[in-house]
Design a protein. Structure first.
Length: 187
């Protein structure tokens, strides 16, 4: 498994804030970090606490331990949610965290595939082409093949060229900081 990214909570609105209180190992509500070790990455925060991610490389759950330590042994997590607007984006991540702590797996039903992923991957490929100095037509060939571009690029409808232009605009937007919006999840 590769490196695990731990985004700052300001960039990952689904970060679940918790307090970790020491617990007996046999407590059914206890979370034992040794059982989470294959998926767990934790770094100390500058202000104390810990920044934690549970990830299998594809799915992730972000937790900020504001008091105590998740890594210190069995703990009971006290979830720190309040309000309505600030709690709403954390409800699904909290369900994911509880489910993961119980079953030690990322349930597909709690991690729906985002329909925008294909477009983002294409935008990433377009950004690579733009950075290498490729023309929009050359990028179109890389995405759709020489035959299709030859048949459709100068077509009266201009749809192929417009599609590549829109992907180039999306690629530039993502490269200029829009990538932060990718953490927000499906609309």
């Amino acid at each position: 498994m590769g490196a695990r990214l731990i985004w700052h909570a300001r960039l990952d609105p689904g970060t679940v804030p918790v307090e970790a209180v020491p617990a007996a190992r046999h407590d059914r509500d206890a979370v034992d970090p040794r059982a989470l070790a294959p998926w767990l990455a934790a770094v100390p925060g500058r202000d104390g606490g810990e920044h934690v991610v549970l990830s299998d490389g594809r799915n992730h759950i972000r937790v900020d331990v504001e008091a105590g330590s998740l890594c210190a042994g069995p703990v009971i997590l006290h979830y720190r949610l309040s309000g309505t607007a600030s709690a709403a984006p954390r409800l699904l991540p909290l369900r994911r965290l509880v489910s993961f702590c119980v079953d030690r797996r990322f349930h597909a039903s709690l991690f729906p595939r985002d329909p925008r992923i294909g477009r983002w991957l294409a935008a990433l490929q377009v950004q690579d082409g733009l950075a290498a100095g490729a023309s929009l037509r050359e990028i179109g060939v890389a995405l759709y093949g020489e035959g299709r571009v030859a048949a459709e690029w100068d077509h009266a409808s201009d749809s192929m060229r417009s599609r590549v232009r829109r992907l180039a605009a999306e690629a530039r937007r993502l490269a200029n900081g829009g990538y932060r919006s990718l953490l927000r999840g499906p609309p």
